[in-house]
Ligand binder design. Sequence first.
Ligand SMILES: *Cc1c(COP(=O)(O)O)cnc(C)c1O
Length: 349
Amino acid sequence: MNSFKIENLVRTNVAKMKPYSSARDEFKADGRKMTFLDANENPFENGVNRYPDPQQATLKSKIAELKGISTSKILLGNGSDEVLDLIFRAFCEPSQDNMISLPPTYGMYKVLAELNQIEDREVLLKVDFQPNVEEILNTVDDNTKLIFLCSPNNPTGNVFSMTLVEKLLNGFNGLVVIDEAYIDFSNEPGWLQALEDFPNLVVTQTLSKAYGLAGIRLGIGYASEEIIEILNKIKPPYNVNELTQQKAAERLRNPEEVEFEIKQILEQREYLEKELQKVDFVKKIYPSKTNFLLVRVDNADLRYSQLLEKGIVVRNRSNQPLCENTIRFTVGTKTENNRLINALNEIAG
Ligand SMILES: *Cc1c(COP(=O)(O)O)cnc(C)c1O
């Protein structure tokens, strides 16, 4: 198809509006030492008395270098949840437009749709947890602005087939958002390198999972310059705070440390899987490209509360379609995983 034009997609009010121009936006650094009397800050230095860089230049160029993507194609947000919310606000007209999500999947797409008063058209994954492309394309109408894909998918743990995703990118004139929160645990290439080929592709990633920085809230959106420009225009000026920018940059300077942790988590996932196979009420362990395992048990509600009683908190996913009697186990440290295994064996009796 591809008569994709971003001008046709952006909301009229967003296209027309002028962004807030912050003190630090108006001032362009030229390398000289300046006296800052522009932003009504408290002048006494404590490390964070100044507003943070609204464009996060240092952190962005670090990410750009690491991912091999130009900074003009990167948007940073207060978690990827903010990036996703900005996408809704830029492109979806409340009580008029709709989006498509593919349950069982991450719960935030629906929450954001409800918050922004956008209809969420759900097209279930097939039994192999792959997208039902034909059904999705049949569900699209003139008001469908977004399709959300989560790959590797939470909670099913699998990666979507490249051929199927390409069919959606080619067959849909709105934005295809691919949430790659777990991509660093997989050996898959992901979709960043395909941005050149698909003007309607948006990829989101996060430092919350493999990078071990859930507490600082840093999400990343990647898309064409045109899309990023629109999202940049509507984002809150200081959406990524100074402490987050510093901490994230520091972590990105130590990729070997992150690699080492990922390696240990993947080894632990294998170990956990082997041990889970021995538990008699475990019926099925789904293959995972992530740092969690989706496991079908005999009675998820019962096993969930028994684990809770033993002080172990897991995620009961049974209320999700295709996930009856499933529990999602996050892979922890060796000690934590052994605690889980011991508890499961005790429960099994
Ligand atoms: C955990 C997770 C995220 C992370 O969101 P942040 O706001 O960046 O912490 C995003 N998408 C999925 C599918 C997740 O599971």
